[in-house]
Design a protein around this ligand. Structure first.
Ligand SMILES: [Zn+2]
Length: 491
């Protein structure tokens, strides 16, 4: 039997879940690439809802080599977990690939979600996935993204180390094991000594963490690409921003609408950064002027700053020996006053470089050892193979003309300036028309007509069919959630 609340809502018209789905349908008149998928439980209640728009999919096609997600609670009146898929864009900022509301955090829900995500993204698998360590999430990642390297978010690990052990001496060394530029044997020595010093040999969490070291220790994940997305704390920052747009009591329809506003806000910031740094290069600071200037023309400003730090250190690189083989030239390099050496190889014919430190494979930027060799070889540019598209300035600039994307579907600078000008006009219109009730009624009626006519026009242009007959979807149950706002995680 239908509960009284649902019955009342049914009599009044659509349920909240139906309104949210209908709202996504209306977005199709401005974005033919909007996609959503939902599942229902046996009582025809909305169980899971996942959606993304054309820009998210485009962003994933460019920046989807690394993926991070976690679940937060309490952002909607049903207290259902919210999952945001995110990554890192070329200005090193967080970019959103999609969003989902789940009724629970079971393995089945996550498998459903990741499969929907993968289908939406045309089967493109990420190289690495960062999560907070939830077991259901982890197991779904291994089923749907079998080739991706799963890593644990370092922010959550440090927080858990503080909660579970909490001794400052231990935490300092734990941090070193997590983030330090260590070799595997160095890690083992520091870890064993640290555990022994604090008599933690039988501590359950410590035993568990050691078994999972391949998911978090820098020494063990060397060479796995992650583009700097070590932490879902980026997700934390993202959730803090989201608070400005979304109130906890929002129903589904309100949530979906305000989430789209939030995406618009983030994308506007990215466009501003693209525009701001498109012209003019930063002032050259190192003595290696030519290569620094070259880097400034190819990398975005934030990535260039990282490269420049590497370039500054490159003067400390000593080439200890060189050896020519049939395939390449091998350089043994060491840092000034340091014992440890690294092997840089250069396949001259293809201009391909690699280094035993594997920083390039992890982060996508040449390491200090390679740059030291470039300088040693008097190179004034960075070889093509060392410039990843995802860090390049032009990575999101004019798409191929065969792309059928309409102006405005993936907002560019022209679209955004029209948008801003129109917003200014609308603000004035709102102020003026609200002074007198008759003006308010008159303008509101005319706007409604105008809006409907534009929707119809867009629908025709995009060939979007009229809305299908309404599907019957009941609202989700209020979730019994594990924590207040943040989940208590297992690792
Ligand atoms: Zn290196």
């Amino acid at each position: 039997m239908m509960p009284a609340g649902d019955e009342k809502q049914r009599r009044a018209g659509a349920t909240d879940a139906e309104s949210a789905l209908k709202f996504l349908g209306t977005l199709r008149t401005t974005d033919s690439g909007i996609f959503w998928r939902y599942s229902l439980d046996v009582d025809k209640r909305l169980e899971n809802l996942f959606w993304y728009d054309r820009t998210s999919r485009y962003d994933y096609s460019v920046f989807g080599d690394v993926l991070g997600f976690d679940a937060t609670y309490g952002r909607n009146k049903y207290k259902c977990p919210l999952v945001i898929f995110s990554g890192v864009e070329h200005h090193m900022r967080t970019v959103v690939f999609g969003c989902a509301i789940l009724s629970n955090e079971s393995k089945a829900s996550y498998v459903w979600l990741l499969r929907s995500f993968l289908e939406a993204m045309k089967g493109k698998q990420p190289k690495s996935v960062t999560t907070d360590g939830d077991l259901a999430m982890k197991s779904a990642v291994s089923i749907v993204f079998p080739d991706a390297h799963h890593r644990l978010c370092s922010w959550h690990l440090l927080r858990n180390a503080t909660v579970r052990v909490g001794r400052p001496g231990f935490l300092r060394k734990f941090h070193l094991c997590l983030m330090g530029d260590l070799e595997v044997d160095e890690f083992e020595t520091i870890w064993t000594d640290n555990v022994a010093d604090h008599e933690l040999e039988d501590h359950l969490w410590i035993v568990e963490m050691y078994a999972k070291k391949h998911s978090w220790s820098n020494a063990h994940i060397r060479g796995k690409f992650f583009a700097g997305l070590k932490m879902t704390s980026r997700c934390e920052a993202l959730n803090m921003q989201l608070e400005k747009f979304i109130h906890n009591g929002y129903n589904l329809r309100e949530f979906v609408e305000h989430f789209q506003h939030y995406l618009e806000f983030m994308r506007r910031r990215e466009l501003v950064a693209d525009y701001k740094f498109a012209y003019g290069e930063p002032v050259v600071k190192t003595k290696l002027e030519a290569i620094e200037q070259f880097a400034a023309t190819v990398y975005t400003r934030e990535v260039f700053k990282l490269f420049r730090e590497v370039l500054m250190l490159a003067s400390n690189v000593r080439v200890v020996s060189t050896k020519r083989t049939s395939a390449c030239v091998l350089f043994e390099v060491a840092m000034y006053c340091k014992q440890r050496s690294w092997a840089v190889s250069w396949a001259e014919e293809d201009d391909e470089f690699s280094c035993s430190c594997q920083w390039m494979e992890s982060f996508g930027l040449p390491c200090v050892h390679m740059v030291g060799v470039l300088v040693y070889l008097n190179m004034t540019t960075i070889p093509k193979g060392l410039i990843l598209d995802r860090w390049a300035k032009r990575t999101k600039q004019p798409r191929a003309p065969c792309d059928k994307t309409r102006v405005g579907e993936i907002p560019d600078a022209a679209y955004m300036s029209m948008h801003a000008a129109m917003l200014d006009d609308c603000r004035e219109l709102v102020s003026l028309s609200c002074w007198f009730f008759e003006d308010y009624v008159d303008v509101k009626t005319r706007l409604a007509k105008e809006r409907q006519s534009l929707r119809d026009k867009h629908r025709q242009r995009l060939g979007v069919p009229e809305e299908a007959s309404r599907v019957s979807v009941r609202d989700p149950m209020r979730a019994r959630y594990k924590g207040c706002g943040r989940r208590v995680v297992t690792s």
